[in-house]
Design a protein around this ligand. Structure first.
Ligand code: NOJ
Length: 703
């Protein structure tokens, strides 16, 4: 903590009236018209620069520096001249839209994600924003949930790495620099466990699972210095997250040492009444503030009720002061007192630069996952006429995905145009959006690429589905096209894993492109025509059917696992037990072989090295993601059948072999034990160096 800042906070607190203090806890949203008086009286600590009810589903006009400066001017007319902090959902880019977060995770490249976040921070801050409601770091095991698109998937290790990298990317070394944003890790916590994949619903998570699976990304975000967190909408284990003192205060502040502030989600303080845990708005405010929610996002109930509660002795001035203190601390750290206004000349220079587009292209390329490639159909070569067909043929802003309030439709090159620019000159491309046209054009094509999948409105906040199949009509098109017998590539754009076993069987090659952002179409072209090779891996398990959900790689073994003989084993009678594609899976344009796993010792004392030979056995250079998994064979609580502990990309020429080396230490084997403490338990461990979570070279060691 910075002593000078703390002294300034104390000085300010000494001058503030109760109303001014409560004003700092209020995040204001000008719903219909601007209430300038509220700002002039110092009754708002923050303004949310939101797109209203759209939840970032589509471009709705960005904030701009002049607009923010105007509101800031009003706030600085207040007695104590405390600046506002402008918050907005800058989720996966701003003008330069990067792949959706789930696609970003598929690149298994946190450093790149951090660079993209830094670009988003530069662009958004040029429009007056100083606070982003990102990163979304909720572990998700249920792809029906629309918000699976917004996070890093199912794995706590990858999730924690992404969380830390994104926080650092947004915030930089020096939060007060004009091109940085205060980050907000959300939604604390367990939001991904909403029952049935229904957003805003309830969920139950045991304490060990909460600590070992859902909390690690948050702990990593706090360690990376995140300035704020957002409380989740979920009712978790009977306590709405907005009112959960144990998690918000004991764990977050007590255990993790978080010294920033927590903002509620939209109206979630007031909604404590709907949850049936608060009698009225005053009670809701008390519960939320006491739990550790310092700022009320837009519901206005803190402003309405806290002064009365203070008068009635239901809350103390110390409690209010502590909340104000945390908000002022972040405002000071963010340099808002020194630089409350935004330089209006920045946006023209700093948004959508050629370099940021290049980074978006690279990220889109790295995010795409090749799921199947029979007879090396991809990259396409030797085909005179290629038909590109399906509902994404002319896609422009649809490539952005959910939560892209600031990605402008006119900035994106539509898919057909981008493919034309990238395709080799000797390839004739034909395009057909409607199924009828597609099927008739296909007769004259040498190969067909179907570009199908989900419209962005089908993922993101409250865009949940009960059926993980392709949207209506698309399965029929794949089947009809496959029946023609032409070489068939399926490209899927989606905000979630879709259950597409039949389409995977029908197509010769399948490339999963997520919603890849502003340069996604060109990146796709580079991969289809072999200018670049795909290297993304699945950050989440792909189910065979909706009914298989939840299905995730780090499950428990059960008493009757498939690996043990016998009739009565955990399974479905109408479906194979294994998922369609495991976590970590992905192909590229060459092949790799793993040999000679070696451990530096039989027993882990301090540290152990695990290594294996990796050989490129194909004919093209390529990039392989070698993954390190462990299994703790016996524990005081049952342990996952595998846990990802590390990974590294290795680039090899054809025929080249390299030794990949991983190190593992005791801390990496720790977990939440039966007595509730975190630590290791001596015993036998399995280890794999693997291309995905379902295969690999096995070894064993003792601890
Ligand atoms: C509600 C969403 O749950 C949250 O993620 C978002 O940041 C806020 N609305 C603000 O738009």
């Amino acid at each position: 903590m910075n002593q000078e800042n703390e002294a300034r906070i104390n000085h300010l607190l000494g001058q503030m009236t109760v109303d001014e203090k409560i004003g700092q806890l209020n995040q204001y949203f000008p719903r219909k018209s601007l209430n300038a008086g509220l700002l002039r009286q110092g009754l708002a600590g923050s303004v949310i620069n939101a797109s209203g009810a759209l939840s970032g589903q589509g471009y709705s006009g960005s904030g701009n520096a002049e607009g923010c400066n105007h509101l800031q001017q009003l706030a600085l007319e207040a007695r104590l001249k405390i600046p506002l902090i402008f918050g907005r959902d800058v989720i996966h880019g701003y003008r330069t839209v990067f792949p959706i977060p789930l696609g970003q995770a598929a690149a298994f490249n946190p450093e790149l994600a951090g660079q993209a976040a830094a670009v988003a921070a530069r662009e958004a801050s040029a429009d007056g924003i100083k606070w982003t409601f990102a990163p979304m770091i909720d572990i998700a095991r249920d792809p029906r949930w629309g918000r699976v698109a917004e996070g890093s998937g199912e794995d706590p290790f990858l999730g924690a790495q992404m969380a830390a990298a994104l926080v650092r990317g947004f915030q930089g070394e020096e939060l007060s620099a004009q091109d940085k944003l205060v980050a907000c890790a959300k939604h604390f916590v367990g939001y991904g466990a909403s029952e049935g994949g229904r957003d805003y619903d309830q969920g139950e998570i045991s304490e060990p699972t909460l600590r070992d699976v859902y909390l690690p990304p948050y702990q990593a975000a706090v360690q990376a210095g995140v300035g704020t967190l957002m409380a989740a909408f979920i009712d978790l284990n009977g306590i709405p997250a907005t009112a959960n003192r144990h998690l918000l205060t004991d764990v977050l502040r007590g255990e993790y040492g978080f010294d920033g502030f927590v903002v509620s989600d939209w109206d979630s303080v007031k909604e404590l009444v709907n949850h049936g845990i608060a009698e009225d708005e005053a009670h809701a405010s008390l519960l939320a503030l006491r739990a550790g929610v310092e700022m009320d996002m837009v519901s206005g109930v803190y402003l309405k009720t806290l002064a009365g509660s203070l008068r009635d002795g239901k809350i103390s001035l110390e409690e209010i002061d502590e909340a104000v203190r945390r908000i002022l601390r972040i405002k000071l750290r963010a340099g808002l007192f020194e630089r409350p206004f935004t330089d209006i000349t920045r946006a023209a220079r700093e948004q959508l630069t050629p370099e940021s587009r290049q980074l978006a292209r690279k990220f889109a390329r790295e995010s795409m996952v090749l799921l199947k490639n029979d007879s090396d159909l991809l990259p396409l070569s030797g085909f005179g006429t290629v038909l590109i067909a399906g509902n994404f043929v002319h896609a422009g802003a649809e490539l952005y995905g959910t939560w892209t309030a600031d990605g402008r439709p006119e900035d994106v090159t539509p898919l057909d145009e981008a493919l034309r620019q990238v395709a080799p000159p000797d390839v004739r491309l034909r395009f057909a959006e409607s199924p009828d046209l597609a099927l008739s054009f296909a007769q004259y094509a040498d190969a067909v690429v179907l570009v199908l999948g989900e419209h962005p409105l089908r993922s993101g906040e409250n865009a949940n589905v009960s059926d993980l199949g392709l949207p209506p009509g698309q399965a029929e098109l794949v089947a009809a096209m496959a029946a023609l017998g032409k070489p068939l590539v399926l490209v899927v754009f989606a905000g979630r894993p879709l259950a597409i076993p039949r389409q995977v069987a029908q197509a010769d090659a399948v490339l999963y492109a997520w919603h890849p952002g502003i340069e996604g179409a060109a990146a796709l072209g580079e991969i289809l025509f072999g200018l670049e090779a795909p290297s993304g891996r699945l950050p989440i398990t792909f189910p065979r059917a909706t009914g298989q959900v939840p299905v995730y790689y780090n499950q428990k073994n059960s008493g009757r696992p498939l690996s043990v003989d016998g009739e009565f084993r955990t399974r479905y009678v109408d479906l194979p037990t294994a998922p369609l594609f495991p976590f970590g899976y992905g192909l590229t344009y060459t092949r790799f072989r793993y040999d000679h796993l070696r451990l530096s010792a039989e027993t882990l004392r301090g540290q152990l090295e695990i290594s294996a030979d990796l050989t490129n056995t194909g004919t093209r250079p390529g990039r392989e993601l070698a993954q390190l998994y462990i299994r703790d064979l016996v524990g005081s609580l049952t342990r996952p059948v595998r846990e990802l502990k590390d990974y590294q990309y290795v680039t090899l020429d054809p025929g080249e072999t390299r030794r990949v080396r991983f190190k593992i230490n005791e801390e990496q084997l720790a977990f939440t034990r039966a007595d509730g403490t975190r630590g290791v338990e001596p015993g036998q461990f399995q280890v794999w160096i693997a291309p995905d979570s379902a295969s690999g070279l096995p070894g064993e060691f003792r601890l």
